[in-house]
Design a protein around this ligand. Structure first.
Ligand SMILES: [Zn+2]
Length: 776
């Protein structure tokens, strides 16, 4: 059987490439990977599903003077795969900062340099990055008994060569020790680092990608050991963590996991406040007050303290540490783990007030409430939001977020909503990808797109008029209108994406929102999306698992949708090309003669006749031709007794049912739609009637199945239609709405008047007038 396989593959690929154009409704089976005992055709994990695990026992010390981290870990790797492994791959993400790292050559847009917009700060960052060597130095790598292990460091990956193959079901324990200098995150930008405060000389450390993490070994792609180039994030295994963090004794620490030694690191007052906070769901309680944090800023440590954290079933571990931290906390209403309330908590410096004390912990709790309702109950005991130098980055149970008021304590709506959005988003990442653990190195959209979609729903529940940036269909139009060479399918590897935010965040989020609101409806979509989340909770889903599950749980064939929105780049641009109006000829003699007279009148109204009339005296102008019987009594437009008799005979030949159909007096509108953009979508047509009323009809995308470029459909209406509008609620992301009206409706495009070669503007560039107006 095995020998036949290559031949079959050849035949399949020949069929796929034989030149026949791929239809928009062609099923995805030829594109998706074949189902397997691990990944079923339903999109669910199968009985053969497996994934490996890694448990970590780590001791780390933060040196506040040298701004360096030194640590050692015992890693227990569990091979639950059916395969014997010759070596293990370990991720050394910190080597991203090594001199000569691939990341320095990679076209990472974060370091993309537009010299025309270069500022002092940008130049400083570029030069600092050039000089910086932040590589991780391994000081020890041995087996459990202390015997050295052969290994090779391949840039951001480490291959650990096993003494003997690790068989299915076996564990391998190794010990590793390392050290590295921590980056100044304001200058060497990354997802980790410290922020230095000139005014008081203190630092906030937000530390991540700081320990050697096991690469994922998978059924679908083997080892996920693609190098870390800066854009494609992290693909990680689940495991249990015990982490002891030694820091200056005046620091406050937050981390992934539950604090196991509060008696050693918190004062009795702080422990009492924490207990009080666990009973509070409406208003956060200060565990460290702003006054206490301000006092701590002025002091210096007397020694060290070790904070011990434990986390079960997480794919990563991050932490934050500083003497500047104010700490507030409350319980998330209705959320419990092991009989204890889930705690929403925030850490921020005084510079974060009065924004962080007002909104951060509320935003954490809100995100958990909304996401849990749409997916599964939050399974971890705590959720932290920490304000430092990192603009927005997610880890299990903890995230780092931006958003500070100006020095005078005022802030704009843009900062306020930006901060709430980023906290909802980063807390939301607990669900995707921290628990629904997709492959970030390969597919950014699988966590960012799904999370941005959920973020939109949570924002809309926060505030009815929430200024959501991404989600509503019409907001993706500018991206979909981009020039072809700037567009890539959503199904593009992270490192290749040109327009990162629109492609990996906004477009998939919009597509899911369109599925929910327009294609499937909320009930079907919500059920199917929840099914996907639950099926893949604490597992590694791939794109096909999502595509298949949403169809499996809804009975809606969505292959056309995945093909168009996820595998294609075409936009939606559908036009009402024509509307023809028909009325049934009921064949009464009176109607027939009236129609004949109308035709005659039209023919008579010739241009020559009009010119002749102008050239002769008014007295000679002929009377209406229909009343010319002053010289001829015959009127060809009057109904004769013969006409009446013929009509009576005709009526007599009809059954009662046929008679009622003849007199139904309906309007028939034959509408022609043209698919200009290429992406097939449902047709949503709004009919405006002569009496001022309106009605909407939804035609599913299936209308395009036989002809993908033009379709005609007849709509039967009792009332007369005066206007037709396609997609009146802007739910399909149609990039040219001027063709969505019949009769055509013209909308002005505003143009600017230029004076002296440039547009006259109300405010200088970089000065946001919104900000001034909204300061509060
Ligand atoms: Zn994100």
């Amino acid at each position: 059987m095995r020998r036949l396989l290559p031949l079959l593959l050849t035949l399949t690929s020949f069929a796929a490439e034989s030149g026949a154009p791929v239809g928009k409704f062609q099923q995805l089976e030829t594109t998706l990977p074949s189902p397997s005992p691990q990944r079923l055709a339903t999109g669910a994990p199968g009985a053969g599903y497996w994934q490996n695990r890694a448990d970590y026992d780590i001791r780390a010390e933060l040196d506040d003077e040298k701004k360096a981290l030194t640590a050692e870990a015992t890693v227990t790797y569990h091979n639950t795969s059916p395969d014997a492994l010759e070596y293990l791959w370990v991720q050394l993400d910190q080597n991203y900062f090594a001199q000569g790292a691939d990341s320095r050559a990679a076209p990472n847009q974060k370091r993309g340099v537009d010299l025309k917009k270069f500022s002092y700060a940008a130049l400083d960052r570029l030069l600092a990055y050039q000089k910086y060597d932040g590589a991780l130095k391994i000081t020890q790598l041995t087996d459990a008994e202390g015997r050295g292990l052969p290994h090779a460091v391949v840039k951001t990956m480490l291959r650990l060569d096993l003494p003997k193959p690790l068989k299915p079901g076996e564990d391998f324990v190794f010990k590793i020790a390392w050290t590295y200098p921590i980056n100044d995150a304001k200058r060497i930008m990354a997802r980790t680092g410290y922020e230095f405060f000139k005014t008081d000389g203190n630092h906030i450390y937000t530390i991540a990608q700081w320990f050697p993490r096991m690469a994922a070994y998978t059924d679908y792609a083997g080892w996920i050991n693609k190098q870390f180039l800066g854009t494609g994030e992290f693909t990680l295994e689940f495991g249990d963590y015990k982490v002891a963090l030694t820091v200056p004794d005046d620091h406050v620490v937050a981390a992934t996991g539950l604090l196991k030694n509060p008696d050693e690191v918190l004062t009795s007052v702080q422990r009492e406040r924490l207990a009080q906070a666990s009973k509070e769901t409406k208003r956060p309680v200060f565990v460290v007050t702003p006054e206490e944090a301000k006092a701590a800023e002025k002091g210096r440590p007397k020694g060290k303290k070790t904070w011990r954290f434990e986390a079960g079933n997480v794919r990563d571990f991050a932490f934050a540490s500083s003497r500047k931290f104010i700490w507030d906390a409350m319980a998330v209403a209705g959320a419990q783990v092991d009989g204890q309330p889930v705690m929403a908590m925030s850490l921020y410096p005084k510079e974060g007030m009065p924004l962080w004390d007002k909104y951060s912990t509320h935003a954490v709790a809100h995100a958990i409430e909304v996401y849990s309702r749409h997916t599964f109950d939050y399974p971890y005991p705590v959720a932290w939001s920490v304000n430092g130098a990192i603009g927005g980055m997610e880890y299990p149970m903890i995230c780092f977020n931006y958003g500070r008021p100006d020095a005078d304590g005022t802030y704009s709506d843009a900062i306020k909503y930006g901060m709430i959005s980023v906290i909802i988003h980063e807390v939301g990442h607990n669900y995707f990808p921290m628990i629904v653990n997709s492959d970030e190195r390969q597919w950014t959209w699988m966590d960012e797109g799904l999370n941005t979609f959920m973020q939109f729903m949570a924002e809309q529940e926060w505030d009815r008029n929430y200024p959501s940036r991404r989600g509503p269909a019409h907001k993706i139009v500018p991206y979909m209108k981009s020039e072809k060479h700037l567009l890539e399918p959503i199904m593009t590897n992270s490192e290749n994406i040109i327009q990162f935010g629109p492609n990996a965040y906004a477009k998939p989020a919009t597509a899911l929102n369109i599925l929910r609101e327009t294609v499937m409806g909320r009930d079907l979509f919500d059920f199917a999306f929840q099914e996907y989340s639950r099926r893949w909770m604490f597992k590694h889903p791939t794109p096909d698992d999502l595509f298949r599950t949403l169809e499996d749980a809804s009975a809606v064939d969505l292959d056309w949708f995945w093909r168009g929105w996820f595998y294609g780049t075409e936009p939606v641009d559908i036009s009402i090309e024509n509307v023809a109006w028909y009325k049934l000829d009921n064949r009464t003699p009176a109607q027939k003669k009236a129609d004949a007279k109308a035709d005659f009148d039209r023919e008579e109204a010739s241009v020559s006749k009009e010119a002749n009339v102008k050239g002769v005296p008014a007295t000679v102008v002929e009377a209406d031709p229909a009343t010319r019987d002053f010289y001829n009594s015959y009127n060809p437009f009057s109904v004769t007794p013969e006409d009446e008799a013929a009509y009576k005979t005709f009526l007599g030949s009809l059954s009662e049912q046929e008679k009622s159909l003849l007199n139904s007096n309906r309007n028939f509108y034959e509408m022609t739609f043209r698919n200009i953009g290429g992406l097939v979508m449902p047709l949503i047509v709004e009919f405006h009637y002569a009496d001022g009323s309106k009605e909407t009809e939804h035609i599913p995308a299936e209308i395009w199945r036989k002809n993908e470029s033009q379709v005609t459909k007849v709509f039967v209406k009792e009332k007369e239609v005066v206007k037709f509008v396609l997609d009146p609620k802007r739910e399909t992301a149609d990039i040219d709405e001027s063709s969505n009206y019949w009769p055509r409706q013209y909308q002005p495009t505003r143009f600017e008047l230029f004076k002296g070669g440039s547009a006259v503007r109300g405010a200088a560039q970089g000065d946001n007038p919104m900000k001034k107006a909204n300061k509060k």
